[in-house]
Design a protein around this ligand. Structure first.
Ligand code: SAH
Length: 259
């Protein structure tokens, strides 16, 4: 059996309870060495074979999984954050289907959640934005034209941009071409939840400069949108005058209770 496990964004105690148990039980661990916190490997039991997928091809990863399966062993495939985002899990699952090897998938805390926590931010503020666009600049992996940063920027919603720290001038230009004012709020979060985390608040036009000043060249998220500003409306959920499924509006609940 193969267990795909989200390792969380960095801090070793941000893996799920399930993910940690699977790590402790694994006979083989294949981890994404470029971003997974190596402290997580301390969960491995004695004799567990550990592979760093940063140095492996898809074929080599599958060979290790197949070999473990032939021996009746359990493998954990440990991906950074949550494996559903830029995790390249689909191609592994398709190969495993072809080989008739079964697998399951345990979600993880994505770095976009880690970055929000680092910023003490809420991505979905009432009257500011109720949508989060998760995207990236085109790099060696192309991005479909309809999904350009410029076109998403036109929606003026919350944006979380992955895998683009090396292209900040281009990101700024695209955001502004899509309608963001140069002084619209932006932020960079480097290694969210790691001890060396850096949180840098800047504007759409100063992203590259902010990164240079803070020595940020990779492993960062770019956050853009009004959620970084101070203006918003209170939520309806906790509004005393608003009745929800679980709570009467206070104008009703103030009536004296009959005994
Ligand atoms: N599946 C992962 C993303 C993998 S893609 C997730 O859910 O987070 C790798 C990119 O994710 C990096 O280039 C960077 O943009 C971002 N990233 C991963 N971990 C990060 C962290 N702790 N802090 C900031 N960005 C991070």
């Amino acid at each position: 059996m193969i267990h795909f496990v989200g390792a969380g964004p960095g801090a070793a105690d941000l893996i799920t309870v399930r993910g940690q148990r699977l790590l402790q039980e694994a006979d083989v661990i294949i981890y994404a060495g470029s971003l997974v916190n190596p402290a997580l490997l301390e969960n491995a039991k004695e004799g567990c074979r550990i592979f760093n997928s940063a140095k492996m091809t898809l074929e080599e990863v599958i060979d290790v999984m197949k070999d473990a399966e032939d021996k009746g062993q359990d493998t954990v495939r440990l991906h950074t954050g949550d494996a559903s985002l830029y995790g390249a899990i689909r191609e592994q699952m398709d190969e495993l289907d072809r080989l008739g090897i079964s697998y399951d998938d345990s979600p993880g805390v994505s770095s976009f959640s880690g970055a929000a926590a680092a910023l003490f931010a809420e991505y979905t503020l009432p009257n500011v934005s109720q949508s989060v666009v998760i995207t990236r600049m085109a790099g060696r992996t192309p991005v479909p034209e309809k999904e350009s940063i410029r076109s998403f920027a036109e929606h003026d919603c919350t944006m979380v941009i992955f895998l683009s720290t090396g292209l900040l001038e281009e990101v700024s230009a695209e955001l502004m071409a899509g309608g963001y004012a140069p002084d619209a709020p932006a932020a960079l979060v480097y290694k969210a939840t790691w001890p060396e985390e850096k949180v840098v608040r800047c504007t759409v036009s100063t992203l590259a400069e902010a990164a240079r000043e803070n020595d940020i060249t990779k492993t960062a998220l770019i956050l853009v949108g009004g959620f970084l500003d101070s203006e918003y409306e209170r939520s309806k959920l906790y509004d005393p005058t608003f009745t929800t499924e679980f709570r009467q509006a206070s104008s009703h609940s103030r009536e004296p209770a009959e005994k």
